[in-house]
Ligand binder design. Structure first.
Ligand SMILES: [Zn+2]
Length: 636
């Protein structure tokens, strides 16, 4: 996933984990905490594990519900177990049938356990007598989702690009799959799946499965996902969606109004895939397609296998924001192929992916551009260290409480990336590339803990006679807050020059007309804006705005940087454009820091509330909830 909404996350942290007084070094062993356990699932996966899921769901836009059946094929691990416990959230269950190879379907008794605000509600299913010792059992659960499902966003036609058809899409990571499917919702369990989806005949359904670009549009769609995936990668979208090819193995789905722009913006996807295969090993998933969603998609992208879900805010018209595509594609190896066993091991997904993304950026653009992004990641990391409490600054912190969506800002992304950069520097690129290639092959289609990674690293790199890095040094990255003293510090000549020019312009030494903005990447302009000294008057900001067209830029990242400054400095001439920006975008990374700056500039809290109330209907529930906690200081 690409999120980078650090400020929002830190607000959440201040309310929960900050107050805790925990040991900050090695994984604690003095109590019953087990770092390999997933504390965010009720499922009794030590007794039964799911191998396969079969969904048969009807999509009802009117009532904003999915309804139908989920069949789970379970393998018994514990001969004495008689109950299956599944994760759910806000699901209505109407019946449960149990059957095995020897038994025809029998009704199974079931009950809900106690609800938890973060984890949802356990569904406890009693196996009928006679099935209590079967080696494999199947459960068919008839159910309906709630309109408040935290995974599903139901968009009325007016919130889509075309404006004539409704749309629904899912976001299952981290623990939201349970709000549209009753299942063992933990990354520790991998399942294959199949699905029959029924909807209006003029709409197309797509899933994180074998989408057929030539499927007839008839409202009835069948999917198979033959590769085993963790539940957070279950994904569905239904809407007025069409397909256009990008390359032999790649293509893009979008509403017709966005299709041409998407084809242009993401034209390099096939090339990117081929480059990634050369560096990281074979792409194991068949096709790689993109689905460009409406603006309310809460993240930059979500790496749903075979079909990355993508924010339309990447459609800058100049292919300048495709780092997000590199990131989602890289997840085909780190995350989707080799998966974090629990959310505490999230850096294995996000940190490794951020490193691979930076390597792909070198190939797609050049080293200068990759270095610019490395510096920007590093600066975000330093900001996270100011806001995230020390225990959560470890790459693999203790995590048995709180919300797995919000516990360490973006530290697992940026610190993880820097850790892999450190290893590359220490062992040399060729040796480290070979290690990564073998690592993906060795752990393919498995879920692993941080300690599995450490042991593998130890055996294959650290134990070499020539190794200059010890296990102790590596463990400092993994288990300690902050950064080790010998951590690399990324540098970028172009960003340094941009910062110098910002300083020169501010004191009147550099005329605005001689800033070479036409030659710059968006990252260089962003760095320039961020380095404008804080005490400049509105007339000087107006000069910048007029020269660079900042308030009217179509580049969402440049706009984000500019409107944060506009709100922090109260540059009121740009407030109408700031308000339009907040109404237009729904991606958390783009709007959260702008709302935060507005709410905290000492004057505009009521204005932030007013803008939020007008725009909140456009936002995904996960984003709207977080924003509410920013603009309403007493919000719970
Ligand atoms: Zn990611």
């Amino acid at each position: 996933m690409l999120r980078h909404s650090g400020w929002l996350i830190c607000t959440a942290l201040l309310l929960s984990a900050c107050a805790r007084d925990e040991s900050i070094s090695d994984v604690p062993t003095s109590d019953s905490y087990d770092p390999a356990r997933d504390y965010f699932s009720f499922a009794n996966t030590d007794q039964f594990v799911t191998d396969h899921l079969a969904l048969d769901l009807a999509v009802d836009f009117e009532s904003r519900r999915l309804s139908g059946t989920a069949r789970l094929d379970l393998r018994r691990l514990d001969p004495g177990a008689t109950e299956v416990i599944l994760d759910t959230r806000d699901l209505s269950i109407t019946s449960v049938l149990a059957f095995s190879s020897e038994n025809s379907p029998l009704p199974a008794a079931y009950r809900f356990g106690d609800a938890d605000t973060i984890m949802g509600t356990p569904l406890v299913i009693q196996l009928p007598e006679g099935m209590a010792s079967a080696a494999a059992v199947s459960l068919e659960i008839a159910y309906t989702t709630s309109p408040q499902s935290t995974a599903l966003q139901w968009l009325p036609p007016e919130l889509t690009a075309g404006g004539n058809h409704p749309m629904v899409f899912s976001q299952s990571q981290a623990i939201h799959a349970r709000s549209w499917v009753p299942l063992q919702d933990t990354p520790a369990v991998r399942i294959t799946y199949e699905a029959t989806i029924t909807t209006a005949a003029n709409l197309l359904a797509v899933m994180s499965a074998n989408n057929d670009p030539l499927a007839p549009r008839d409202g009835s769609y069948f999917f198979r996902m033959p590769q085993a995936i963790p539940s957070y990668l279950l994904a569905i979208a239904v809407g007025n969606i069409y397909f256009a090819p990008l390359g032999a193995q790649t293509g893009v789905y979008a509403e017709p109004e966005l299709l041409d722009a998407s084809v242009y913006e993401f034209a390099d996807t096939q090339d990117m895939l081929e480059q990634a295969e050369q560096q990281f090993g074979p792409y194991e998933w068949g096709r790689y397609d993109l689905l460009v969603l409406p603006p309310s998609f809460p993240y930059g992208g979500m790496e749903n296998p075979r079909l990355s879900f993508i924010t339309p805010s990447l459609l800058a018209g100049d292919r300048s924001l495709v780092a997000v595509i590199a990131h989602e594609l890289a997840h085909s190896w780190s995350g989707n192929l080799v998966t974090n066993a629990t959310w505490r091991d999230g850096w294995l997904n996000e940190g490794v992916t951020s490193y691979l993304e930076s390597r792909l950026m070198e190939v797609i653009y050049d080293k200068d551009r990759a270095d610019e992004e490395r510096v920007i990641s590093y600066e975000e990391l330093l900001l996270d260290f100011e806001n995230v409490p020390l225990p959560m600054q470890a790459l693999a912190p203790r995590l048995d409480d709180g919300d797995p969506d919000d516990f360490q800002g973006t530290i697992h992304y940026h610190k993880g990336q820097l850790f892999l950069q450190y290893l590359e520097n220490a062992f040399g690129r060729d040796t480290f590339d070979e290690f990564l290639f073998d690592y993906f092959k060795h752990f393919a289609f498995r879920t692993i803990t941080t300690e599995h990674f450490l042991d593998y690293l130890d055996a294959n790199l650290l134990s070499a006679a020539s190794a200059t890095v010890s296990r102790e040094q590596v463990e400092q990255w993994i288990y300690e807050p902050g950064l080790p003293d010998d951590a690399p510090v990324p540098t970028s000549a172009t960003l340094d020059a941009a910062a110098r020019l910002a300083g020169g312009w501010a004191i009147g030494e550099v005329p605005v007309g001689s800033v070479p903005v036409a030659d710059w990447s968006p990252q260089a302009l962003i760095h320039f804006i961020n380095n404008v000294p804080p005490d400049l008057g509105n007339d000087r900001l107006g000069e910048l705005d007029a020269a660079f067209g900042l308030s009217d830029t179509s580049n969402a990242e440049i706009a984000r940087t500019w409107f944060i400054q506009v709100a922090q400095r109260r540059y009121t001439p740009a407030y109408p454009q700031l308000e339009a920006y907040l109404a237009r975008h729904g991606r958390g990374r783009l709007i959260t820091p702008v709302y935060t700056a507005l709410a905290r500039n000492g004057v505009d809290l009521a204005r932030a509330q007013d803008i939020f109330e007008k725009a909140r209907g456009n936002y995904h529930p996960q984003v709207a909830n977080s924003l509410a906690s920013i603009v309403y200081p007493d919000y719970e």
